[in-house]
Write a protein that binds this ligand. Sequence first.
Ligand SMILES: N[C@@H](CCC(=O)N[C@@H](CS)C(=O)NCC(=O)O)C(=O)O
Length: 135
Amino acid sequence: MSSNKTLDKIQQQVTENAVMIYMKGTPDAPECGFSGKAVGYLKKTGVEFAYVNVLKSPFIYEYLPRFSQFPTFPQVFVGGELVGGSDIVEELYNSGELQTQLAALVKQGKLPEPSVSATISSEPATADNLVQLTL
Ligand SMILES: N[C@@H](CCC(=O)N[C@@H](CS)C(=O)NCC(=O)O)C(=O)O
């Protein structure tokens, strides 16, 4: 796939999915500790999120760092904007800012209410919350 097509695809994915993680492996079977940490925090919020396993999407693996200007994986996007990797997601979760950002998206109708509770939950997400995207 050409670089422009891949960059367009990434733009589409982060626009169409209010919460996106580009990770190594899957939410249920992360293949890197950093990806496991980031996806663990997303699951704790209880919100729906989409993911791409970059190990199965070589074009995205190659071009995402160029798109985001962020060199490593995982990469988490909220509301179409890069949040960062696992360390930043951890900090934002622990400060409550991640939950605040997600709650704002729910309020704006850009993200469904978390399925596990009426508010942003600290319970783990179920498989129903996951949407797999591939290239
Ligand atoms: N501080 C980063 C560390 C992430 C990291 O070092 N990821 C490595 C290992 S998965 C990486 O993406 N290396 C480049 C590569 O695998 O292409 C974070 O918080 O996410």
